[in-house]
Design a protein around this ligand. Structure first.
Ligand SMILES: NC(=O)c1ccc[n+]([C@@H]2O[C@H](COP(=O)([O-])OP(=O)(O)OC[C@H]3O[C@@H](n4cnc5c(N)ncnc54)[C@H](OP(=O)(O)O)[C@@H]3O)[C@@H](O)[C@H]2O)c1
Length: 260
């Protein structure tokens, strides 16, 4: 199978290296910036170009791994030259259907994990959410995902759109709450390490059972006085106060998270 990756960012690097290590080498890297395309191509022992018309004419699978806002534009630019290939993007927050305007065989190959250049992904623990317009392409994507990972799910556009919202809550917002906690401790010269065991316990419990059932804290208990005191202590940070109020009232609609 001839694989082409468009993009030379984090996903293209990690996915390209993983595909190669599993016997599915990428034949060509195409990216907007020549030096990025060349650098990745060198690692992958692949050809590279920045010109859409130079895409390998016999490409079987084209992976569009560019930033979400550029997917449609990139898909359109390559459409005249990759009409017969299966073209998939890797985005959680973009419908596969955006490719339908340009390709007959299109789909999504979305690894649900946060990738960074510094960390080697633990592939066996990454869920792959795949989908395609044709059943035989779904099967092929599932097979590839199973080879490079372990957890494979067929997830439709509708499902993935909300899965991505859920992932923002579970990852980005949870992390923002950790960051706020760190800043609050910092203001009182306390080390963030103080909270590490609690954070570990929170995650362990949420993984063990439904987080809904695992909820604790003053709002859950209906401790209005404590909640009001916390609101007062956050007076210097109205934006954190607002987050505190919204989350407290979401945990317990009967709580009075007022700022006296
Ligand atoms: N990183 C993650 O954790 C993660 C996880 C799952 C899915 N994804 C998805 O994977 C895709 C790629 O993400 P990434 O993290 O690899 O992004 P990234 O590291 O920021 O790399 C983005 C790539 O897109 C290219 N690009 C940006 N704007 C472009 C434009 N207007 N036209 C053409 N190319 C353009 C960049 O080209 P240059 O080299 O020229 O800058 C770069 O190669 C996204 O759809 C993202 O949602 C990411």
């Amino acid at each position: 199978m001839k694989i082409v990756i468009i993009g030379a960012g984090r996903i293209a690097w990690h996915l390209g290296k993983r595909l190669r290590s599993k016997g599915m080498p990428v034949a060509q890297v195409i990216s907007r910036t020549a030096e990025n395309a060349e650098a990745l191509a060198e690692i992958l022992h692949a050809q590279w170009t920045v010109v859409p018309a130079e895409i390998l004419p016999d490409a079987d699978w084209v992976i569009v791994a560019v930033k979400d806002d550029a997917i449609t534009e990139v898909a359109e630019a390559f459409a005249p030259y990759a009409a017969h290939a299966l073209v998939t993007h890797t985005s959680g927050g973009t419908a596969g259907a955006v490719l339908a305007r340009f390709y007959e065989r299109y789909g999504v190959f979305y690894p649900l994990q946060s990738f960074s250049r510094e960390h080697t992904p633990v592939w066996s623990k990454i869920p792959f959410c795949v989908d395609a317009a044709h059943p035989e392409d779904v099967l092929m994507l599932k097979k590839i995902a199973k080879t490079i990972g372990n957890l494979v799910y067929r997830v439709t556009d509708d499902q993935r759109a909300l899965l991505h919202v859920a992932a923002v809550f579970a990852n980005n917002f949870a992390n923002r709450c950790f960051a706020i906690a760190e800043k609050i401790l910092d203001e009182k010269d306390l080390p963030f390490e103080l909270l590490h065991p609690l954070m570990e316990e929170t995650l362990a419990k949420a993984l063990q059972d439904s987080p809904e059932r695992m909820q604790t804290g003053p709002a859950m208990r209906g401790d209005n006085d404590t909640v009001s005191r916390h609101m007062q202590l956050l007076q210097k940070h109205p934006e954190w106060q607002e987050i505190y109020r919204i989350l407290s009232e979401d945990i317990n609609p009967n709580i009075h998270a007022v700022n006296h």
